[in-house]
Write a protein that binds this ligand. Structure first.
Ligand SMILES: Nc1nc2c(c(=O)[nH]1)N[C@H]1C(S)=C(S)[C@@H](COP(=O)(O)O)O[C@H]1N2
Ligand SMILES: [Mo]
Length: 428
């Protein structure tokens, strides 16, 4: 008797708890409709024992390194065939629409190389420091590994990201319009420690960073930046750099255009002026309407894109609760706010930022809404902690013309059709 008395109120509490939970869910718009238990009675996935439940699975040695599920074979880098003449001097793009959170897995970080992927045995790699230094010096990888290390999460964006969209909407998918960006946690040595070993002469004002690959990519970097936050990195997301990301050593230049992040880093020269290399004169300069090129646009400006829904990631579940998500970043600091519109800019709502917020790193945003099944025009607008606001494409064109291909951070529009499919469009 007394036992019953004690258990009855307790089970009532549980029921009440469940009812409150459901009511709470409905109050915020309702969770997407799931199948009832009664309806599932005719679902063989519920009523039958499945193979993966019946038979033993693969052993621990099936995949010594590990790879994604076979059902994730679309989560891959892709290129745009007409963009470059060959695959050595080429680009592929991060599948942003397949990812979540803020970290880009190493196997899908976009690649950009001008002379193919150099394959270097770390035992054969050297880093030389010369120029205006007291002590010209050569480091082996063993030497580099004896400096104090730091871990920092940064995005790397190619200056040409979204470059094909300057004159109008063109490529159908955020992988192609925005996929020349990745975001990794780098382990490496602050450049200032390494340069201190060589001793910079007072006349030194610039640094030249040079790669060991067939393109010998080289860029001039002001010494203030080099001593402030640049790193020489050997790990990305905890493991060694991938060959395509510059194994065994790459330069990290936080917030600044990807071209400066020299891969297969073999030489640092200190000088008193910029070198004006090919990649900072004929390339990676912004041609303005008056025919004059703007030089040294180093920082990547505040930018965002909705990754889902998007042309490669249509809405497949029909009307009702829908998760809209995307990425925002700024080369000037952290993202402080992202606004989202689903009606082409008539109404803007503040998106929910989730996940770690690091300076000059990707930020993840969400906007959960009830889709009524009508046509939508979705856009996102990012604002950084320095007060920079992402411009519209028309504002950008008014300021810079349409001759440039670099530094396009304009607001992206996806048209969502009633069938859930999406297209790259522009509205004005
Ligand atoms: N040595 C070397 N470094 C390089 C390049 C290169 O071709 N060679 N490409 C640059 C360009 S243009 C970009 S956008 C980034 C791309 O880095 P990722 O391949 O890791 O994405 O590396 C930069 N560093
Ligand atoms: Mo680039």
């Amino acid at each position: 008797m007394s036992d019953n008395k004690n258990t009855t109120p307790a089970s009532n509490d549980v029921k009440l708890g469940r009812r409150q939970l459901l009511a709470g869910g409905l109050a915020t718009g309702g969770i997407a409709a799931a199948t009832t238990i009664a309806a599932a009675a005719s679902d063989p996935l519920i009523t039958e024992v499945q193979d993966w439940n019946r038979y033993l699975g693969d052993g621990v040695d099936a995949s010594p390194y590990g790879k994604p599920s076979e059902y994730e074979k679309d989560t891959v880098r892709r290129n745009v065939a007409w963009l470059t003449a060959d695959t050595q001097s080429s680009i592929n793009f991060t599948p942003l629409h397949k990812l979540d959170g803020i970290i880009t897995p190493n196997g899908v970080c976009f690649e950009r190389h001008h002379g193919g992927v150099a394959v270097i045995d770390p035992a054969d790699h050297r880093l030389m420091i010369n120029g205006l230094v007291d002590n010209p010096i050569v480091f082996t990888m063993d030497d580099i590994m004896r400096f104090p290390r730091e871990n920092r999460t940064y995005f790397l964006e190619c200056a040409a990201n979204s470059g094909m969209e300057w004159r109008g909407s063109q490529l159908n998918g955020c992988q192609f319009t925005h996929g020349m960006v990745h975001n990794c946690m780098y382990t490496g040595v602050p450049l200032k420690y390494i340069l201190a070993e060589a001793g910079i002469k007072t006349a030194g004002k610039w640094l030249l960073a040079e790669g060991a690959d067939a393109s010998a990519m080289s860029r001039s970097i002001p010494l203030d930046k080099a001593l402030d936050d640049c790193m020489v990195a050997f790990k990305m997301n905890g493991e060694s750099l991938r060959p395509e990301q510059g194994y065994p050593l790459r330069l990290v230049v936080p917030g600044w255009e990807g071209n400066m992040w020299i891969k297969w880093l073999r030489r640092l020269e200190i000088g008193d002026k910029a070198w004006y290399q090919r990649e900072e004169t004929s390339k990676y300069t912004d041609l303005m309407e008056n025919g004059i090129a703007r030089s040294f646009t180093w920082a990547m400006d505040v930018k965002s894109v909705i990754t889902n829904p998007s042309p490669q990631a249509p809405i497949t579940h029909g009307k009702g609760r829908t998760v809209l998500t995307g990425l925002a970043w700024s080369g000037h600091g952290k993202i402080s706010r992202v606004d989202v519109t689903i009606d082409g800019g008539r109404n803007w709502k503040t998106a929910r930022l989730d996940g770690p917020s690091f300076s000059r790193s990707l930020h993840r945003f969400y906007y959960d809404f009830d889709w009524d099944g009508s046509e939508l025009f979705v856009q996102s607008r990012a604002i950084d902690d320095q007060g920079n606001v992402q411009p519209t494409k028309d504002q950008l064109r008014a300021a810079r013309g349409v001759s440039s291909i670099y530094h396009n951070n304009g607001i992206q529009t996806w048209q969502i059709n009633p069938d859930g499919s999406a297209e790259n469009v522009e509205i004005s």
